[in-house]
Design a binder for this molecule. Structure first.
Ligand code: 2RA
Length: 329
C-alpha cells in the first residue's frame, strides 16, 4: 500500500509513523509530506530514510491512502486534490467532520458505514473519540438521554509550543507562550477559541461530533474543556443519564467486552485510569464507574486515553486498516 503522511514532521504525524511501524501496516511505499520549508529534508521510517515531498509531488505519486494531520486550512485546499486523483484521504483536522457528505469515523463504532465512494474521511477530535468509545456500547444497551462531560486535557493537544511553554515554566525560563497564562500549577478552562454561545470550539466539538458518530441527534451533550499541565493524554469525567435503568456490573462487563476499551476499576487496589499510564497506549481506559445517586438512570465514569494515539494517529490508521481489510481502497 502506497501511503502518504501529510504533516509527517508534526506531533501527530510522527506518532502516525510510529504506529504504522508498530502495527506492521503493509506500507509498500511511504510518501512523507510537510510544509515547503521541510521539502527535501529526510525522515526515517523502519530504519530507512525518506525524502519529504511537496503536496504536488505526493499527489502525482498517486498514493492509495493519504493520512492528513496538517490543519484545517491545508486539508480544505489539498484533500480534494488528492481525492480527485484517486487517493482516499483520512483527515485529522476539523475541516470535514461536520460536513454532511463526509463520514466521521471511530472504527469500533461506525466503520461499517464506509464505502468505496468515501474519498475524504474525517477523523473525530481526540476528546470526542475517547468519549464515544465509552458511550457507544452503553447507548446501544440503555439509550443515552444526556451527557455532561468535563475534560482535563493534555497540553500536547495544543501543540509543541505549549509543551515547550510548560518545560520552560518548570525551569522558570521565559520563552514563547502558547497561552496567555502559565500552564504549570494551573488549569485553563479554555481549549481552542470561544464561540458566541460562550462555549469553546473544543466543547462544541464534543457536543456535535458525539451526536454524529452515535447517529442520534436526540443525545444531549454539554461540556467543559480544561487544559492541564499533563502530557500523557486526555482525561474526562463523564456523567450519563440513560433512558433505561442499568446495572453497574453489567456496564463494566459491556465496556470490558468492547474492543479498544480497557476497564481499570477496582477501589480495593486503587485501580483507575491515569494519563501518566495511558501514554503510549492505543486503548481507551475507563474506571470510577459508579451510579449517580442524585439522579435516576444515571452513571459517572472516568475516561482516559493518549490523545495523540487513539485520539488521533491510531484511530486514523485503524480506519486505513478497515478500508484495506474490506477492499475499500
Ligand atoms: C486539543 N483536541 O486537545 C484538541 C486538538 N488536538 O487541543
Amino acid at each position: 500500500m502506497k501511503i502518504a503522511v501529510v504533516g509527517a514532521t508534526g506531533m501527530v504525524g510522527e506518532i502516525m509513523l510510529k504506529v504504522l511501524a508498530e502495527r506492521n501496516f503493509p506500507v509498500t511505499e511511504l510518501i512523507p509530506v510537510a510544509s515547503e520549508k521541510s521539502v527535501g529534508k529526510e525522515i526515517e521510517y523502519k530504519g530507512k530514510k525518506y525524502i519529504i515531498k511537496s503536496m504536488e509531488e505526493a499527489i502525482a505519486m498517486k498514493p492509495e491512502i493519504a493520512l492528513f494531520s496538517a490543519g484545517g486550512t491545508t486539508s480544505l485546499e489539498w484533500a480534494p486534490k488528492f481525492a480527485e486523483n484517486g487517493t482516499t484521504v483520512i483527515d485529522n483536522s476539523s475541516a470535514w467532520r461536520m460536513d454532511p457528505t463526509k463520514k466521521l469515523v471511530v472504527p469500533e463504532i461506525n466503520a461499517d458505514t464506509l464505502t468505496k465512494d468515501d474519498k475524504i474521511i474525517a477523523n473525530p477530535n481526540c476528546s470526542t473519540i475517547q468519549l464515544v468509545m465509552a458511550l457507544a456500547p452503553l447507548h446501544k444497551k440503555y439509550g443515552i438521554k444526556r451527557v455532561v462531560v468535563s475534560t482535563y486535557q493534555s497540553i500536547t493537544g495544543t501543540g509543541v509550543k505549549a509543551v515547550r511553554q510548560l518545560e520552560n515554566e518548570y525551569q522558570d525560563i521565559k520563552g514563547d507562550m502558547a497561552y496567555n497564562y502559565p500552564i504549570h500549577r494551573n488549569a485553563i478552562p479554555h481549549c481552542d477559541v470561544f464561540e458566541d454561545n460562550g462555549y469553546t470550539k473544543e466543547e462544541m466539538k464534543l457536543v456535535k461530533e458525539t451526536k454524529k458518530i452515535l447517529c442520534d441527534d436526540n443525545v444531549l451533550v454539554t461540556a467543559t474543556a480544561v487544559r492541564i499541565p499533563v502530557v500523557g493524554g486526555h482525561s474526562e469525567a463523564v456523567n450519563v443519564e440513560f433512558i433505561n435503568d442499568f446495572d453497574v456490573q453489567e456496564v463494566r462487563r459491556l465496556l470490558h467486552e468492547t474492543a479498544g476499551v480497557v476497564v481499570q476499576d477496582n477501589l480495593d487496589t486503587n485501580t483507575y485510569p491515569m494519563p501518566l499510564y495511558a501514554e503510549g497506549k492505543n486503548d481507551v481506559f475507563v474506571g470510577r464507574i459508579r451510579r449517580d445517586e442524585t439522579q435516576q438512570n444515571s452513571l459517572n465514569m472516568w475516561v482516559v486515553a493518549d490523545n495523540l494515539r487513539k485520539g488521533a494517529a491510531t484511530n486514523t490508521i485503524q480506519i486505513a486498516e478497515y478500508l484495506m481489510a474490506n477492499k475499500l481502497v
